[in-house]
Ligand binder design. Structure first.
Ligand code: PGA
Length: 231
């Protein structure tokens, strides 16, 4: 299993450092062997150490340059960051990142040899139209994406399940991950209201190789307790 924590716009540089210290201590005690990824805000990026790989929630597709408000490869390299989230629905929706833009960013960070956690997910109206509509919608989010990239991790995150407390059901996750597995051999994460109460049933699904967790990852002890449940 892969356990990924997406802080979104939560935590500061100082609290992220405390979080890493707490979580790392627990992982050491547990002799943890599975992969742990942490995506703090850009101001809290720091070198990975121990069990935890730190990645960027976003970055622009350039080494450096005139891109006001963005960070690029130069800023990531300062901390040895080699992992990035691309295609999160909050960026697609709130920041208007379209598929063409997302796929260019993917190609650029692939060229830079990054591990890419590539997020896809359907809105509620598509889910309500049935499994076939969901599959069609999700495959469109792979337009321009190299699904055979060896450092690809896919995160399926239904938009209606993100931050709502309402996770997809085990059956919905199973069906969708089975569909994705038809063409994708990369690890498949599920995200969307994963928490301590549901992680065991989600991680037990055959084609679920990990979880991407927002709200329930914000407290280090809580996240660790959840990881133990998911094992
Ligand atoms: P959530 O967020 O766990 O708060 O639903 C997941 C995500 O958006 O990555």
């Amino acid at each position: 299993m892969i356990y990924a924590a997406n802080f979104k716009m939560n935590h500061t540089r100082a609290s992220t450092a405390r979080y890493i210290e707490t979580l790392e201590k627990r992982l050491c005690e547990a002799q943890w062997e599975e992969r742990v990824l942490l995506f703090p805000p850009a101001t809290a990026l720091q070198a990975s150490s121990g069990h935890i790989t730190v990645g960027a929630q976003n970055a622009y597709m350039a080494q450096k340059g005139a891109y006001t408000g963005e960070i690029g490869l130069q800023q990531l390299e300062e901390f040895g960051i080699e992992t990035i989230l691309i295609g999160h629905s909050e960026r697609r929706q709130l920041l208007a990142e379209e598929q063409e833009f997302v796929s260019r960013k993917f190609a650029w960070y692939k060229e830079a040899d990054f591990t890419i956690v590539y997020c896809i997910g359907e809105p509620i109206e598509v889910r309500e139209s049935g499994e076939e509509a969901v599959a069609e919608y999700l495959w469109e989010q792979f337009d321009g994406i190299d699904i055979d990239y060896e450092k690809l991790i896919v995160a399926y995150e239904p938009i209606w399940a993100i931050g709502t407390g309402r996770s997809a059901t085990v059956e919905e996750i199973r069906a969708t991950h089975d569909e994705l597995r038809r063409r994708i051999s990369a690890p498949l994460l599920y995200g969307g209201s994963v928490k301590r109460e549901n992680i065991a049933s989600i991680s037990a699904i055959e084609n679920v190789d990990g979880v991407l967790v927002g709200s329930a990852s914000l407290d280090a002890e809580e996240f660790f307790a959840m990881m133990i449940e998911g094992r």
